[in-house]
Write a protein of this length. Structure first.
Length: 214
């Protein structure tokens, strides 16, 4: 317990950094994932190509390489932002590809007749998607989206290697102070467990409220 008690502020700073990264990257991932899922099922060919390229590139790019590209590459083109913002961009964009595919799989479970009926009533593609298709699809994709955001929280540990304040980076500070590395990592693991259990609990509530009964 001494490792935690003596360094509670250090752990707290790292924990809050991970929570912040997870929260903002999750928002970005959900927005981009919804947008790309819409592109992938759109009747416009160019939009489908954009969605397909986005998912294909990001799903097949190692996250560490994406961090290098964003945090070290973008400043070379004159885009200078805090490293935390760059980390949110990398995590959010990467995870959005998986959110997109989860949403698209949910959209594919909705009977085609639902969309055809909406269009026969004069609804546009956007209206059909937002008012008819996605509300039904969302009910089936709550568990996979929850799992994806839990993975995002754990993937945020990579940001510590790029001077971003987050939970895993605590071990460097405490290691330099001579604390036992085993107990340092034990309390780091507890911190990640708290975050992932909180996300899991949130999505369990959503699933009980809106999920499809099994």
């Amino acid at each position: 317990m001494n490792v935690l008690i003596d360094n509670f502020s250090t752990y707290g700073e790292g924990f809050l950094g991970t929570v912040e990264l997870t929260f903002f990257a999750s928002l970005l991932a959900l927005v981009l994932g919804f947008l790309m899922a819409s592109f992938r099922v759109a009747p416009v060919g160019s939009l489908r190509v954009i969605g397909t390229v986005w998912v294909t590139v990001l799903r097949n790019t190692p996250l560490t390489l994406l961090f290098f590209a964003v945090l070290l590459g973008l400043p070379r083109f004159g885009l200078v932002l805090p490293f935390t913002v760059f980390a949110v961009l990398a995590l959010g964009c990467y995870t959005s590809a998986f959110i997109c595919e989860a949403l698209r799989s949910g959209i594919n479970t909705v009977p085609r007749g639902q969309g055809e009926a909406a269009r026969s009533l004069g609804m546009t593609f956007g209206q059909t998607l937002s008012h008819v298709i996605l509300p039904q699809a969302f009910r089936t994709v709550i568990p996979p989206i929850g799992s994806t955001l839990i993975a995002l929280a754990k993937n945020s540990a990579i940001a510590g290697a790029f001077s971003v304040t987050e939970l895993l980076g605590v071990y460097k500070t405490l290691g330099e102070l001579g604390y036992d590395v085993v107990w340092t990592f034990v309390w780091i693991a507890v911190g990640y467990l708290i975050i992932t259990l909180a996300i899991s609990a949130l999505f369990n509530v959503l699933e009980r409220k809106w999920g499809v009964p099994r």
